[in-house]
Design a binder for this molecule. Sequence first.
Ligand SMILES: [Zn+2]
Length: 402
Amino acid sequence: MKDSSPTLVIVLVDALAATQLEHQAMPFLHRLAREGKKISLDPSPYYAGIDPVLYGVSGLELGRFTGYCFDSERSPYAKASGGLSLLDRLPRGRAGKLTRNLGAKKLLKSSGGGWLAPQLFPSEVLAKLAPPPATDSPHPHIVHGLEQAGLQCRWYTRDFPYEGRKWLGSQLFALRHQRDLFRWILETDSEGPPALVLFELSVELDRMGHRYGPRLEGPLLEAARRIDRQLCELWRQMCDWPRLHWLVVSDHGMSQVERTWDLRAALQKAGLWDRLRGGTMIHSTSAQFSVPDVGVRNETMALLNETGPGIAVSYDGFKEVQIPDDNRWGDLVFLASEGTLLLPNHFQGRRQVAGMHGYHSSEQESSRPVAVLWGEQWPKDRVSPRTVMQALYPLITELFGL
Ligand SMILES: [Zn+2]
């Protein structure tokens, strides 16, 4: 048995808000937090996931903003767009989606692409996309740091195709593979458990949060209870692991959606939509514009700033709003203010949702993700109960004496 290093189990619970960690919803995790420490985290702007925890730096320093880059020349989808528009005409609903996913995946494979989930990108967006800029970050991923120190790690993180399967697929996946996943998590060999086990419980809370908003009631409450039971079951089966430590952490919370704004209609009304010539990608909480023409760019920026619920920022102001200054992200972005849902966006179309995340700035208490530290050796007193995600990284390296 190894006795020199502790074992750390990191569980990413997708979309668990700090405000949802209540006794009635999550009695197990609540107890863990009481015995250990609960930390309410500042939401990372945009879509940095829990990368700040795993790399120790913010999304800006890592070069993360979103998965959407303009670079039609280098887009792996450039040649695939014709086929995809055909796929896009397939029937709506779950069956259509499933067929589209399979078709898109096949197409991408044959075109040599495959870096992101094709199913997340409808054909109107696909041809504009390029792989995100490579991160030659000087900051090592926690797993690499531990492995370099000779420690054994067992981990999986969401691969995009899995994430892309979203609800129906993930339910089928869970039905088929949950037992295997749990067996994989709990496996020990003659050396005992590995130093690090990192895995993820995804989709369900995120889906409920989008649909019903962040308030802990109804189906969302049921989903939280289910996740709590799973966590409790895993924890009980690890009870005899020596020097066990847990870090349960979420990637984001959920903001209540209070208004929608039809960005496309606003651009059309101002006569800008056609002049932007397809260099536009509208997401739920932000929009990216690739506008080489300075006149059109200035007009668009003025319109967005005068009439839009949010701020428009041009390339030279990117860093101030935590966007890496690489103009493959666009020459201009519009960042919706918290609680605004942009329509029509390529995630939800025109569908209204009650909860959203990924805002440039989030003040609602429910938008805060959470971390729970449990175990004897965490230097818990040194970390503030409200802090940034990257503040957790040095706690992990210190736990292993790195
Ligand atoms: Zn989500």
